[in-house]
Design a protein around this ligand. Structure first.
Ligand code: ADP
Ligand code: ASP
Ligand code: MG
Length: 446
């Protein structure tokens, strides 16, 4: 069997949903499980509605929900004109009524906990999959809609829940039975705790759902269908000459995803690696294009791609106590550990340590403790630019080429050498695009 995951842009309107159904039909004999995201920008709209409700902007929250409701009703009407029409309309009405009462409740108490927010966001995927399943059924596909919350068990870390792979494997073995000739449709992104409370895997998490299910089912492949021709040498929205990478390794893809290549969610690769399941990234609008194959190995040594992640803060601690002393780094990281702040890149000298953290991190209490170790400097508005490939340092003149490309941007931190697959630089956000462009031109142009 195989898992096919379709992102928001792949299910954004009736025409795209018809393409999705065609793709599923073409592999029906491979017992497909279809994972779908919310339509288009629905999750953003749900988030706005929850926030408007929380701040008491009742009219705005209602308008947003009205829009979500009418978009789904229009799509459903365009796709289902026959026997599926009435049951589909009833299902959509039941879902939107539930969503409205939830938003109403948030408006009344003016409070939206992460738990409530996950409940609100879940409606995007619940609505889209209801439509996709009915549309497939009306086109003669033997289709079953399964609620992902009965399959994927997570902890209660709302907004970014962690799956329990053992419990999930058990639930999947009971709840999913993919068969050649039939189609199973389920939601990406959403899951539930052992108590049945709705959780989400974090924004963009439907890719992760696909590999979690793929691993639990021992799928022969997971296909991530999106709006570009695969993983490319750079984000094609930023770099004109970006090209599709035919094959890439799990670790290279994971680095790219982690450092900003939004095309796959950062956690997507992990479940696939464990079971050695090939992951493909393909274009829903151009199914004939081969896309990118992600497996244990890439084709050859060399630079594969550039990516960037903005919203980075650089934390630097300067202290003469580091000179010839041991235990300093341990004390430093113990503070980060206590405050549960995760660090991406680190560079040390004899008298200072610089680290990058996410800009959204609340740094106040952490900074106060760090001051006990030395002078602390916090610089926000940075981004990480990263080059990913295999055996990067075997390319002669690699480092000088990188420096030539980066010039004249002001580089605040370099992390190179900790792995042969990633070289990362921290630059000002305003300089990111220029650095990406020059690196791509110098190191990745054909
Ligand atoms: P989906 O809705 O299908 O999940 P996303 O918007 O999450 O799609 O991801 C697809 C987008 O990722 C592309 O439209 C592209 O702009 C962006 N992207 C960023 N980096 C890359 C890259 N290296 N290769 C391909 N796409 C990339
Ligand atoms: N719909 C969710 C989001 O927009 C999950 C996803 O698209 O992967 O973040
Ligand atoms: Mg995505």
């Amino acid at each position: 069997m195989k898992v096919l995951k379709f992102g928001g842009s792949s299910v954004r309107d009736p025409q795209m949903i018809l393409r999705v159904i065609d793709i599923a039909r073409a592999c029906l004999n491979e017992a497909p499980v279809l994972v779908a995201s919310a339509m288009g920008k629905t999750t953003d709209a749900l988030q706005d509605a929850a926030e408007a409700a929380e701040t008491g902007e009742r009219d705005r929250a209602e308008q947003l929900i009205d829009r979500i409701d009418s978009d789904h009703v229009c799509t459903a009407k365009a796709l289902c004109t026959g026997t599926e029409r009435v049951p589909l309309m009833t299902a959509i009405a039941a879902l939107t009524a539930e969503l409205r009462s939830l938003i109403h409740g948030i408006t009344l108490i003016r409070e939206c906990s992460p738990r409530s927010k996950d409940a609100v966001l879940s409606f995007g995927e619940r609505l889209s999959t209801t439509i996709v399943a009915s549309a497939a059924r009306e086109r003669g596909l033997d289709t079953t809609l399964v609620d992902a919350r009965t399959l994927i068990r997570t902890d209660a870390s709302f907004a970014a829940a962690t799956p329990d792979m053992t419990a999930t494997a058990e639930l999947v073995s009971v709840g999913l039975d993919p068969q050649p000739g039939s189609l199973i449709v389920t939601q990406g992104f959403i899951a539930s705790t052992a108590d049945g409370v709705t959780t989400t895997l974090g924004r963009g998490g439907s890719d992760f759902t696909a590999t979690i299910l793929g691993a639990a089912l021992g799928a022969k492949a997971v296909e991530i269908w999106t709006d570009v021709d695969g993983i490319m040498t750079a984000d094609p929205r930023v770099i004109d000459g970006a090209r599709t990478i035919p094959a890439i390794s799990y670790d290279e893809a994971a680095e790219l995803a982690y450092f900003g290549a939004k095309v796959v969610h950062p956690y997507t690769i992990l479940p696939a690696v464990r079971r050695e399941i090939p992951v493909w990234v393909k274009n829903t609008s151009r199914p004939e294009s081969p896309g990118t194959r992600i497996t244990g190995r890439s084709d050859s040594a060399g630079i594969r791609a550039v990516a960037s992640k903005s919203g980075i803060t650089l934390v630097t601690i300067r202290s003469s106590r580091m000179l010839n002393a041991y235990g300093f780094l341990q004390a430093l990281f113990a503070i980060f550990d206590r405050h549960k702040v995760s660090v991406d890149l680190v560079a040390t000298s004899e008298v200072s340590v610089s680290m990058t953290v996410d800009q959204s991190t609340e740094l106040g209490p952490l900074e106060r403790e760090l001051q006990e170790l030395g002078r602390v400097e916090i610089e926000s508005g940075k981004s990480i630019v990263c080059l990913v490939g295999r055996d990067l340092f075997q390319r002669s003149g690699f480092v000088s080429e990188v420096f030539a490309a980066v010039d004249p941007a002001h580089v605040r931190l370099i992390s190179l050498g900790s792995s042969e697959i990633n070289l990362s630089l921290v630059v000002d956000e305003a300089e990111t695009e220029g650095v990406l462009r020059r690196l791509h031109e110098k190191l990745l142009a054909p």
